[in-house]
Design a protein around this ligand. Sequence first.
Ligand code: BGC
Length: 909
Amino acid sequence: MLFLMLCATQLMGQAVSVVNLRTELLVNPVGIDVTLPRLSWELKSSARGVEQTAYQVLVASTPEKLSGNEGDLWSSGRVSSDVSVHVRYQGTALKSNERAYWKVKVWTSRGESAWSSPANFSIGLLNYVDWKGRWIGVDKPFPWDSETQWSRLSARYLRKEFEAKKAVKRATAYIIGLGMYELYLNGEKVGDQVLAPAPTDYFKGVKYNAFDVTSMLKPGKNAIGTVLGNGRYYTMRQDYKPYKIKNFGHPKMLFNLLVEYADGSKDVVVSDDSWKLTGNGPIRSNNEYDGEEYDATKEMPGWNKTGFDDKDWQKASFVQEPGGTYEAQMNENMKVMATLKPVSIKKLKANTYIMDMGQNFAGWIRMRVKGAKGDTVKLRFGENLQASGELYVRNLRDARSTDTYIVKGGAQESWEPSFIYHGFRFVEITGFPGTPTLNDFDGRVVYDEIKTTGEFVTSNLTINQVYKNAWWGVLSNYKGMPVDCPQRNERQPWLGDRTTGSYGESFMFDNSRIYAKWLDDIHQSQKEDGSIPDVAPAFWRYYGDNVTWPATYITVAEMLYRQYGDLESVREHYDHMKKWMDYMAGKYTQDGLITKDKYGDWCVPPESKELIHSRDPKRQTDGVLLASATYIRLSFIMEEFARLLGKPEDAGDFSSRASAIKAAFNQKFFDASKGQYSNNTITANLLPLVYDIVPEGAKENVVRSIADKIMVENKGHIGTGVIGTQWLMRGLSRNGRSDIAYKLASNRDYPSWGYMVENGATTIWELWNGNTADPAMNSGNHVMLLGDLVIWYYENLGGIKSDPSAPGFKKIIMKPEVIEGLNSAKASYQSVHGMIRSDWKRSGKSFNWNITVPSNTKALVYIPAAAAGKVKEGKKSASSAEGVKFVGMEGDRAVFEVGSGDYSFSSGK
Ligand code: BGC
């Protein structure tokens, strides 16, 4: 585990300073955490045209050495380079549990910076032998537990006292607590993470978390307490589908506390059978889908402090290790990221209230209650209400989504659950002593601790609300892995939901770590023969050999490269991706096409509002077309990956695969006389268009077919499902039909994103007809139908796009669309190189545009203007402004290259 410190310094009087130091560790695919940190930083300056020309990194073993400019671990020397992200550590080999301190200075076109403030990181336990002690737990249920479809398994409490024999210099706690853990030292919770660690296929690999607990230790006696919840480890709840759903066993943990004393000696406190354990504590049941039951009358005051009498507790048992590797968790843990106040509580009938949180989200309720011992409050969660005002839970399937709290009595009690979450907007409250008021409840919004990186607002209110809903939807479904939905009995990491979504999400959130972790999950789920499932980790075992869902393995790696400039995932996974590509082609090629498809263009708007899936063949797209077009696209990406990795032979091979399938594809599906593919669905025409399959000269006709379908047959409405929607908005814009894209984005009637808003959605629905469809599949908080909408918002409306030739926004293409009806857009994006801003307004013929280009990057800006001479920057002609260079005219745009800095362009007056 890495301790990360973000430092921001703006040094007075310095033209350029270095800020936001970031450290990433690489996990070596063969070992357990052979680590090579990579270092990133940002340059900050108010000057224009700042370019880094060289850097120097110092890495030291103590803060003192670092401040004395002694890089005893690594001193890079002055390296001539403009690279400021993902710089590989090249110093002395780092050892287990070692801590390092680093700083950087840069030389730039505008002078030299001072040294940055220091940042630090720690190395995890690199080898199995570094882990002392054993796995402990108890491998059976307690007498009060029950193992059924709605299993009730109480949380396991473990405790141990130990002696800090001397003055402590440093103490680090390492824990693998499965399925989930809470860790306490001397009664204090360690860390603010919740629902940790991140879920994995525990048979293949488990994540450990590490904490610096130096300040929590006391001289003399200390007490460690842990609580183990079920999470995805113990999934007996779904034992009715043992052939499909994996169960890993009962909760267990491995724990090491490494203590370094001031005199240089060391101690380690480990998990072993000297620990005591009980299941007879207050958490009587905890189950991700059904909720948590907490009996406060069974609290054990002081159980996690020294001196507690644990004579009624049993000895912890040694249990089998889960198998697989121990991996430092490099993605963020979940945390309570926000707290909401409810907007209303209404009485439904005697003893039953309905509370509205005003927002659909994932997390839980914190409750304050004062009552008599044994009073039982039940909170039941749902996304919606029925017409009667009662909670609507039919779309949760068999998830009970209910928390129960038994009051201990006396003073006011405050409670929130530990090991579960719900997806909800409404809460049914029963059994509350007295009348519940708004002040008694808080909504706790829980997702991975990742930063919101983007802001986006336009003159169009529908677009603004859909964007907000998307933001809520995406964060709700980050759960240490991206899941499909947070509410019903599913919550699975379906690959196909994120094929393109992950890219749009990357503008809103720094999702680099969760997705890098997810690629590891996908890799771990790959079968020996190359097959990749549709869900990974494969908690649900869906090895159906589909193309469109597993495609995500490749497109997410592409996203990490394009958006974060990070080639590491590509490097790490390339061979496995290739194995899958080979496997699919080897097994499913027929007449030159790839034939395997499972889901079709999932969730197209159906012909009747009650249906989940359309039965109308005119709305459905041929599976062979979907599989083959996707395979062509993936071959192009693999070709690029191969080039980037210096594998020209592979690149050539992928390129010829793509060409061969293309030829067969056009022969089979293309009707040149009509300019249509297959049965002329939007998706059937769109994929060949955006994947560069359409023969030269025929594009216009295919675009026309799409336009006719949308504007004439669908009367200006969307007709695509999960696959087509991934390219719809960009496909239209790239082909000169931004007017249609804008129409689709602004619609408020069925089917459209605006229709969801119009019907009260505060997130994005699973189905276009999510308010009327069969409850068997109508989650109110799915993100897959966003398709490429968020990408289009940022790249096409905001005008912020990373140049494919210089990924990670090292070079930025700023080209906002000018669309009739849209008068302004304001977007910002915190890229790995720094903050990018674009804020434009249009009225009549005049266009005003303020932009910020981060230091050490460049941008190509496309300004609507009849000629360069019509463009001003500030009060000057743009061509003569500092940092601005006219490149040429491109259609109705004057194109300038600009260096970093703030600019204010105007044209047209
Ligand atoms: C999930 C989807 C998933 C789909 C594929 C649904 O139940 O919620 O998000 O992609 O199944 O079959």
